[in-house]
Design a protein around this ligand. Structure first.
Ligand SMILES: Nc1ncnc2c1ncn2[C@@H]1O[C@H](COP(=O)(O)OP(=O)(O)OP(=O)(O)O)[C@@H](O)[C@H]1O
Length: 313
């Protein structure tokens, strides 16, 4: 749905994005990761023409982005950044309404859309709509930033470290919200992040940048188990890899018949959580329960340890 073809950006003699080609499927979440200065933000900003490529092109739904004036293109592509970029003197409702207003939607339609989005992000419209950004917490502002980016039904959402400033608990909630909302709206997301857990848990595919070049583009499992370069391996941390691999799948299909005592583990819990629960409580197995609390069997420490090995994928 987004086709990036031989995209290059040069500043004088500096090649900051170097001949990058990438296909992004409709409705996918792609995380772009890489060291600081590797060209992630520049790549992202070439998609909505905030930065004009030196050469190469971007197609969205088959259409060359150069066919549309940049300011019009940006109305059809959501953009959310760290620090939210909210207009401080506008209310939350006005912030979310920014693009619909530019598009000339009528008042009733804008109001309905603002209410819908604020509710979707767990912000009561009557309470938060009239407030100014400084009257919200960082996590709430971040959600407004994403709501604003989604207001005019973009097919593409670009996110540059949108959760970077959030504490781990709020961040996990924001990531879960994004996942749920993305699935609901079917929007294609390109997400620049420094957080490898975020990349592995949120993204369908991970694009790894190294000095302007795209060195690997693959699923999280592939990136973890078959990193294309030493740098790609280092990025995901040798000592973290087994745990990240475990976090990609639930315990459901490791469940086996048997009896075990103690606190049960939900079948949809991820395997990393299950391993932590067993290690922490000093058990070799735990009961597994379904959505309705029914017993499905047990998961053992041994199965989890087996599943953490690269060859187990
Ligand atoms: N307008 C510009 N003029 C000159 N050089 C630039 C410009 N914008 C970015 N660069 C350079 O391009 C390189 C890539 O920058 P970019 O912001 O894309 O990297 P990044 O991977 O997003 O980094 P970070 O993770 O630190 O945000 C950097 O070396 C940066 O200094």
């Amino acid at each position: 749905m987004i086709t990036i073809e031989r995209l290059t950006k040069r500043y004088d003699d500096d090649v900051v994005v170097d001949d990058v080609s990438l296909e992004i499927a409709e409705g996918a979440i792609v995380a772009v990761v890489g060291a600081s200065g590797s060209g992630k933000t520049t790549l992202l900003r070439m998609i909505n023409r905030m930065v004009e490529p030196t050469s190469g092109r971007v197609l969205i739904a088959g259409e060359d982005t150069r066919a549309t004036a940049p300011h019009l293109l940006r109305r059809s592509i959501g953009y959310a950044i760290q620090g939210h970029g909210l207009f401080p003197h506008r209310t939350i409702a006005e912030n979310v309404a920014t693009t619909p207003k530019l598009l000339g939607w009528d008042k009733a339609r804008i109001e309905a859309r603002v209410d819908e989005l604020l509710s979707l992000f767990g912000l009561e419209p009557a309470i938060y709509g009239p407030r100014r950004p400084h009257q919200l917490s960082g996590g709430q502002q971040q959600r407004v930033g994403v709501a604003r980016a989604l207001a005019a039904f973009p097919r593409v959402l670009l996110m540059d470290e949108p959760f970077g400033a959030l504490d781990p608990i709020v961040r996990a909630k924001a990531q879960a919200d994004l996942r749920a909302i993305q699935r609901k709206l079917g929007v294609t997301v390109v997400l620049v992040t420094h957080d490898m857990d975020e990349a592995t848990s949120l993204a369908d595919r991970i694009a790894i940048m190294e000095r302007g070049r795209l060195v690997q583009e693959a699923t999280p499992v592939e990136v973890l188990t078959h990193p294309a370069t030493q740098f790609a391996a280092d990025m995901f941390g040798a000592d973290e890899r087994p745990f990240r691999l475990l976090s990609l799948k639930s315990v459901a299909d490791l469940t086996q018949p048997g009896e075990a005592g103690g606190e049960p583990i939900a079948a949809d819990a991820d395997r990393r959580e299950a391993l932590a629960a067993l290690l922490w409580s000093g058990r070799a197995a735990a009961p597994v329960t379904g959505a309705g609390g029914e017993r499905l069997g047990i998961v053992t420490l041994a199965r989890l340890v087996e599943a953490a090995a690269a060859k187990a994928r």
